[in-house]
Design a protein around this ligand. Structure first.
Ligand code: C5P
Length: 398
């Protein structure tokens, strides 16, 4: 069964009688591991109170586009970037029409336009409204834009009619949401991922390291597992819990990371090098704690092996993806590394912006390969990971 571990679901509730089921939907999404925030349209608040959904989700409900207070807390663009999935349940006939038109005069419309996350709609309306050619045309248009639908179910309706138009049951919707992340794009593939920093010891109590949190690499491991891959995660020291069904090889130093990678790289189909490997390590590790005698202390360092370049030059060679964290001239530097490290794809990210990259939950990136590129606007690391996995699957088969 699919799950929503580490997924951020933005549940948008529209104004229909089925809105009473949205309260239970929050719970069912949480049961599958999701973090849920709720957005309500004005109409939705006529059917169910924000307080109910606030209590269940544990967060203030978002309902206004032009509310200064709310925009200061988490504005509509922040909310759009926060989401890994925009789930609209219930979706009314009016909401469908507004999405088709790309209206941005309320919070839902603006967030729907601004989010790079996938969208899942659970329609609910009178059966005649559902069957109307205007509504059916809107559904087709949205499906053609890659928007997903769950339901509606057929049966007795609140208005007394019988037919298609009932919102699907919350449990069913939650499962459909989880299934969206389980793509099968890498079914049966062996994927090796490095994540986190390395630590290079100076003496028994000190080390050289960096600020990498490992979140991007762990998100990639989750996305690869969701895509059906068997995943080995070679992880430097981080405080994260590995996703289920991922085999973790904990390592500390760059040399240990290289050894672990070479052990697996011959049998791997795809290698994603996300770790922030320390470029240098102390030539010698002092056997006792280094004492502070002088005003200055010089350390002699030696270059660490380049793990990614080593794997990409080995035979058999997996499909190799690198990361380039840059503070300037992102495209040029990333392209240089694509060539010099003999890679199939590189994910460049601008780490000069403190809102993205190291130690942040969000990222933005420029994906580059030999004859193309794709820019990904700021979004959650889980959404970016999913996009990277999709592009890897697409490039490998094209
Ligand atoms: O050269 P630079 O460190 O910017 O290259 C970044 C890419 O190379 C990342 O994918 C990183 O994981 C990988 N790398 C490596 N071994 C090193 C240094 C970087 O695998 N010693």
């Amino acid at each position: 069964m699919g799950h929503l571990n580490n997924r951020r679901v933005l549940l948008a509730v529209c104004g229909g009688i089925a809105a009473y089921k949205s309260a239970e939907l929050v719970r069912r999404l949480q049961d599958l591991g999701a973090e849920v925030r709720v957005l309500m349209t004005r109409g939705a608040q006529e059917f169910i109170t924000p307080l109910t959904l606030q209590a269940l989700s544990g967060h203030a409900v978002h309902h206004s586009l032009l509310d200064e207070e709310a925009e200061r807390g988490m504005g509509h663009i922040e909310l759009a970037r926060w989401a890994d999935l925009l789930l609209i349940a219930p979706t009314t006939a009016d909401a469908l029409a507004r999405l088709v038109a790309g209206r941005a005069d309320d919070l839902l419309g603006a967030v729907a336009l601004a989010t790079p996350a996938p969208k899942l709609l659970a329609p609910a309306m009178n059966q005649q409204m559902w069957k109307d050619p205007a509504t059916q045309g809107n559904v087709t248009t949205l499906e053609n834009r890659g928007i997903h639908f769950v339901g509606p179910a057929a049966g007795e309706q609140a208005c007394g009619d019988v037919g298609p138009g009932r919102m699907e049951e919350p449990e069913f919707i939650a499962r459909a949401a989880a299934a969206l992340f389980a793509t099968g794009l890498l079914a049966g593939q062996q994927v090796l991922i490095t994540a986190g920093p390395t630590r290079e010891p100076l003496d028994p109590v000190r080390y050289i390291s960096n600020h990498s949190s490992g979140r991007m690499g762990y998100a990639l491991a989750q996305a690869a597992v969701d895509a059906g891959a068997r995943v080995t995660l070679v992880s430097g020291p981080v405080t994260l819990t590995a996703p289920e069904r991922v085999t973790v090889r904990p390592v500390t130093t760059a040399q240990e990371m290289l050894d672990a990678c070479l052990e697996h790289s011959k049998t791997t189909d795809i290698f994603i090098s996300c770790a922030a490997v320390a470029d240098y390590r102390p030539i010698e590790i002092a056997s006792q704690k280094i004492k502070k005698h002088d005003a200055e202390l010089s350390l002699s360092l030696v270059r660490n092996p380049d793990i990614l370049a080593t794997v990409s030059r080995s035979t058999p060679r997996p499909y190799c993806v690198g990361f380039a964290a840059e503070t300037q001239d992102l495209r040029d530097h990333a392209l240089g590394k694509l060539q010099s490290k003999n890679l199939d794809m590189i994910v460049g990210n601008d780490v000069s912006d403190p809102r993205i990259g190291f130690n942040s939950d969000e990222n933005a990136a420029l994906l580059l390969w030999a004859d193309g590129e794709r820019a990904v606007e700021r979004c959650s690391k889980h959404t970016l990971a999913q996009i990277i996995v999709e592009e890897i699957a697409r490039r490998r088969t094209s």
